[in-house]
Structure formats: structure tokens, C-alpha cells
Write a protein that binds this ligand. Sequence first.
Ligand code: COA
Ligand code: AMP
Length: 630
Amino acid sequence: MGYSEVYKSWQDDPEAFWMDQASTIDWVKPPSRALNADNAPLYEWFTDAQVNACYNAVDRHVENGRADQTAIIYDSPITGKKGTTSFAELQVQTASLAGALRDQGIVSGDRVIIYMPMVPEALVAMLACARIGAVHSVVFGGFAANELAVRIDDATPKAIIAASCGVEPGRVVAYKPLLDGAIDLAKHKPNFTVVLQREEGPCDLIAGRDHDWHDVQVGVTPADCVPVSGDHPAYILYTSGTTGAPKGVVRPTAGHLVALQWTMKSIYNVDPGDVFWAASDVGWVVGHSYICYGPLITGNTTVVFEGKPVGTPDAGTFWRVIEEHNVRSFFTAPTAFRAIKREDPKGELIKNYDISCLRALYLAGERADPDTIEWAQKIMGVPVYDHWWQTETGYTIAGNPAGIEALPVKIGSPTVAMPGYDVQILDDGGHQIPAGELGAIAIKLPLPPGTLPTLWNAEDRFKKSYLNTFPGYYETGDAGMIDEDGYLYIMARTDDVINVAGHRLSTGAMEEVLAGHPDVAECAVIGVGDALKGQLPLGFVCTNNGTEKSDADIQADCIKLVREKIGPVAAFKLVTVVDRLPKTRSGKILRGTMVDIADSKPYKMPATIDDPVILDEIKAALVPMGYAKD
Ligand code: COA
Ligand code: AMP
């Protein structure tokens, strides 16, 4: 069957389609039905099934002849370390850590936060939680203590598993002071922590609270896999929304297993035994779906890469890893390729490697600009597939189903909707609009298995954020269009979320931090275009009357504050002091117009603007920063 037939088979009978896919998963008790619409418009899948995610990702492969196959390749060009873990070893490691967690009082349904860098133990920690039904919530290492504290208070974990440090090029990032700081800041206190000591930066442990990763496992009876119901949360992953409070995306266990397994062949075109590499981080959804669960569920070998596309040691690292580990399908964000292209525009370094093992490159996480796609295609000599999805969905909404049928690539489009997704373009009134016209991208409910059924402890926020604007639809937060051939184009966000080097960030959260500066009366943060990172945050602050500090000091304070409160990943380095902000007569800050001015795009004078002169002042502030050029 080609793509059209597969898509149609899903359209004709969605439940039969997903029940069919469910046969690829090993169930303790198979589902008797696929969709549960009892609580519509909130939907669940495979609710009456009993299953264990770790069993499907690890144990079943050990039982089915893959015990000696490498499950995880670790490659850290920053520390110079490499290693492999077989499925049999992974089973021993996860069962042992799971046993230690169980002995410390963790039971099914308890939350466990994981704050770890790109080391294989991060996957072991995730899988150990899954083994005993604990709900993990991985927090990205580039977030500061305050962000970790916010997640601790929301997820109320009984335990935190952390590493002593992460390693960034040229610096060791001590995690333990951030962990201690976060626990101090949080109202909720975990019962205990487990800390992996890394020789790059060991830390002190607090007696009675912190356990050493190895010591806590001594003498422990390995834990068996605990069956959970199909709708049991596998994990919570926090992502940026409009406000400073991150949204806790809930991932249901059974749907997650079924859908990810489906994508590994249909989209990424890999078979069990193939090496699959997603160069991302376990702290992001790509890391959850495609460094940990997707490849392991399918019996692939996954690569845990602790490095950067450039500078570790050079822009040839990706090619080296592909060759050395025989990577079949490779997934990363376009920004990584922009970084390589900037360092090695002619693609000289790739000539030193044989990457003929590679079948295709997959890009997602942000808009893939045509220049980058064409350049990657030219130097790598493989198809480059853009695909579009979100933390909320956990896997591809629109992509090129290369494992079913490679569709013609239209550069600038992530191709077509995948089975499970009825993607439509709507106007403000929620009416479908014709091909080629721009509107809000919405997905007809129900969303397919594995997508978020709700937000953690925030059902009303879930409805408000995603379901209320267009009744009967899920609102994606993206705007775009569908062409005559059904190809989708993603043009912009409809909210205050920006995308910095493939990282999803909230300008609202940054505004909340700036507003906390004692000398700041008012502020706005916008996302401006950046050749490397796609977008960068840029802040405007108005100071209180009588402020004694210089503008330069206030700018420096603001940069420091965002780094301290949100973290280095925010990449907040651009800020300017202005007298006033442009607003509508009703007081709404004209952020969209400010973005157009900064990006030197033509803009319409908003009819409701309070004082047009302010736009000239904004432009004057941006020019010395290298923006708003004529
Ligand atoms: N722990 C601590 N700090 C971290 C971190 C982590 N896990 N990850 C990033 N940071 C820090 C960086 O050191 C940097 O700090 P600095 O301001 O002191 O330099 C800051 O956060 C911004 O990091 P980053 O966005 O990674 O920018 P960069 O300039 O270091 O590198 C790229 C730019 C393009 C090379 C890099 O973003 C990259 O490799 N992107 C790949 C895409 C990707 O992984 N996307 C994820 C979703 S698919
Ligand atoms: P995240 O939840 O971090 O994966 O970010 C999801 C958001 O990133 C989407 O809503 C889009 O705004 C953007 N995005 C992801 N993939 C693409 C893509 N292929 N093209 C354009 N934008 C994308």
C-alpha cells in the first residue's frame, strides 16, 4: 500500500487501524478496544489494556534473540568517552535501578524527576521508572534552578535522579548546586535523590537525602516489570506556553508504545537491528521519543551523543558518528545544519568520511529553511525530510512517510498529514479555508494514540490552551496553509512561543523575569530572526522614573536575571532600554509590529495604535543592535 491507501484505511476505520498497529506491542492484557470517548472532548486510547513500557523497550528483545545486540551507543566527543550497552546489560541496569527505587519507597504512579545530561544512565533512569510504573519527568540540563523548582512543585516528585554535572564545550556545568538550589526554592520536597557522580565534576552528597547511584543499588533485588493500565502516564514533559508556568504534557503509556513503533518503520524507515540516531537531548520530546523509547521499543540501536554539531572538535563530528556507528536514519534540528554550514560552507569535512550507510536525514523542531535543506541534500547525497510535530503530540503530525512511500519533496513543506491526523486550516471563526490560504492549523479531534490526553493537574488549562478556540478541534498554536496537493506549510506561531536553536521558549516567561527587576516598569520580549538559531529573544525594558542605574547596568542585570531564572538555554543576550512601548489604544503591546520592524519587514501601521511615533523610537533603539535595517 502507498501513502494514500494507508491514510484512507485510517480514515475509513481509525479504531481498526490502531488496533492493527497495537499487535506490534507485547501486552500483559491486550486492549479490547482502541478509543475511549467516554469523557469527550477528552480522549484516551487502549484504556483497558495492561502493559509495561520497559518490557517492550528492553526485556522482550532480550527474550527474542536481541540480548547481545547493542541497545545504546554512547559517544561523547566532549569527554572523549565512548561505550556500548547491550539489551541484556540494559535489562540488568534498569532492573537494578528500579529495584533500588522500589526499595526506597517508589511505587507505581509516583513521580520521579530526572535531571541528567546526555549519558546512557539518563535512559536507564527513564526506563527504570517505566519498569515500576513511576512517572518520570525529565528536566533539560540547560534550565536554571528556578525552572527546576517550578517543575518540582508541579510534579511533586518523591525522588529526583540527577548527575553531578553536565559538560558543555569548554565548561563543566555543575548540576548539584542547581539541584540543591531548586529543592531549597521549591515548596514540595522530594524524599530522596539519587546522584550519578561523574569524574568530570563530582559533588558532595547530603547525608540522609542524597544517595550515590551505585551505592543505592548494592544488594538490591532486581525489579520485575509492573503492568500498568493503557492510560497510565508514562511521563510528564514540561514545555513552554504563553505564561511563565510551563505546561506539563502527559504521555499515556499504551498509545505512546503503539504510535512510536508505527513511526519507526513508516516514517524513519528503520528495521529492528538498524542504528537510529537523533542528535537532540533527553530533556526534549525528541529525546523521549527518538533517543529513548521509539528506537528501543522497535529493537533499534540508539545513539546517545554528548556533543555539539560544531566545535566538538569540528564541523565533521556528525559525519564521523554516522560512519563510525553505521547510522541508518539520522534526525536533528535545522539549526545544527546551519551551524555546520557556517563553519564548513563547502562541506569539505564530509569528504573525510564514508556516510554511505545513511539512508535519509530528518529535520524537525523548527522551520527548515530551503537553503539549509538544499545544502544538506547536496553535501550528504541523501533525501532530506522535514517533518512537523510538537511536544504535545510526541511524534509526526505531518511528514514524508519514507517507509511506506517516499513522496516527492516540496522544499518548504514538511509534506503531508500522517494517519491519525486530520489537519485543517481554519479562519478565526473556526471555518475551514480554501487551499493556499493562510490560517490557524487545527487537528480534528480525537487526536491519535500517544498524544497528550490532558495537562498534568491542569485539565482546565488543557481545554483553554487547546480545545476551546475551535470546538471539535485541537489548536496547534501554529499558523500555515495546505496547498492543492495536500502539502502542509508551517509559517508562524499564533502565540508568544519562540523557537531558539530548536528549543521552544516562552517570551511571556522572559517578560515575567524582567518585570521582577526592581528598576523595570514595563517590558516586552519578542523573537527576532537569527541566521543560526532561527530566532533569538530580544527584550525592551522601560525603567521607573528616577532610576539611578545606567542603561548599561540595567541591560547587564536583565541578561543575568534571565540566565539565572530560566537558564543559559534561553540565549537571552539582546536587551535595550526604551522610554515607552508601542501599544493599542486599549493598552495591548504591539509585539507583532515590533517583530516586523526588527526583522526589517514591511508592516502596516496598526489602525488601533495609540501613538505611531513610538514605532520610530523602537526602530531607533534596534538599529544600533544590528536590527531594523532599511
Ligand atoms: N546544560 C547546560 N547548559 C546548556 C545545555 C545543557 N544541557 N545545553 C545548552 N546549554 C547552554 C550552552 O552552553 C549555551 O550557553 P552560553 O550562553 O554560555 O554559550 C546556551 O545554553 C545556549 O545553548 P545552545 O542553544 O545549544 O547554543 P550554542 O550556541 O551552544 O550552540 C547550536 C548552537 C546550533 C550548535 C546548538 O543549539 C545545537 O547543537 N543545536 C542542535 C539542535 C538541538 O539539539 N535541538 C533540540 C531539539 S531537536
Ligand atoms: P516542540 O514542542 O519543542 O517540539 O516545538 C513545537 C513547535 O516547533 C511547533 O508547534 C512549531 O511551531 C515548531 N516546529 C516543529 N517542527 C517544525 C517544522 N518541521 N517546521 C516548522 N515549525 C516546526
